[in-house]
Design a protein around this ligand. Sequence first.
Ligand code: CDT
Length: 314
Amino acid sequence: MARHMKIAAAQLGPLCLTDSREAAVKRLVALMREAHGQGARFVVFPELALSTFFPRWWLEDQAEVDRRFFEAAMPSAATQPLFDEGKRLGVGFYLGYGELIAADDRIRRFNTSILVGPDGVVIGKYRKIHLPGHAEHKPGAPFQHLEKKYFEVGDLGFRVWRFMDTITGMLICNDRRWPEAFRVLALQGAEVVALGFNTPTENLHYPEPPALRVHHHLIMAQSMAFQNAIWLVETAKCGVEDGFRMFGHSLIVAPSGEIAAKSTTEQDEVICFNCDIDLAQDLKRTMFDFAAHRRPEHYRLIVERVGAEVTPAN
Ligand code: CDT
């Protein structure tokens, strides 16, 4: 019999700079209850779900940044209610947050997500590898994208976990633009990939129609899901945060590349779909039978070269 799991993307509307973690957790708990009411057993929350998207701000007081936007413990007193509710409802979840650790006499900071089982126990952790934006202050820009200032590149690799009778992997936001990240998960047998995101409606680097940014978001999700024969759940934090807009369009995409569910607001909103985890079996036996058809001997440049170099054969 085919395995099914009802999965929800629990989209968060804006959180402003003055919102506390406790206020964010309260909304996450309400979303989890709503998702459970729709029958969901796995709920995917956004990237950095406990605060405003703070990398848009150049902030000089690192101690204050650490206190307001980073978690030294997970769960903590402030986040425990979410774990308790997940356990009470028997719901597993993905949660994105700023992680602070003290290691070898130094503080390290990551843009992190965790996978929490329906028993409230953390079973997996991912630290974001593709950090977009810049590290230096751009005073002339309308807003900043300072992920390279606030976070280190993740050091845990791309991994999958046995999770609620599936093989599930995690990614975070900008990772969704990199086919390599998905393929590394697919090569480990990923059946479900969970991803939270915060994507500004406006392009910081050059003028671009907002609709085109959404178009890219949709075509990437559909192609990554199909080419890797996975269920892909992408959850936004969106709406106007501190005067800056981020788009919604949270999605659940089937291994066929079809959008099974999509949010319609830029506020707190739950979308849910009963995912047939075995739907990809035919694809995996035929077109995307990696063992039969992949030619890694011709893919060496992918790991040997970072930036493009013009190297014509003639
Ligand atoms: N959070 C995040 O990774 N956002 C990026 C914005 C890129 S523009 C600097 C994204 O890829 O959606």
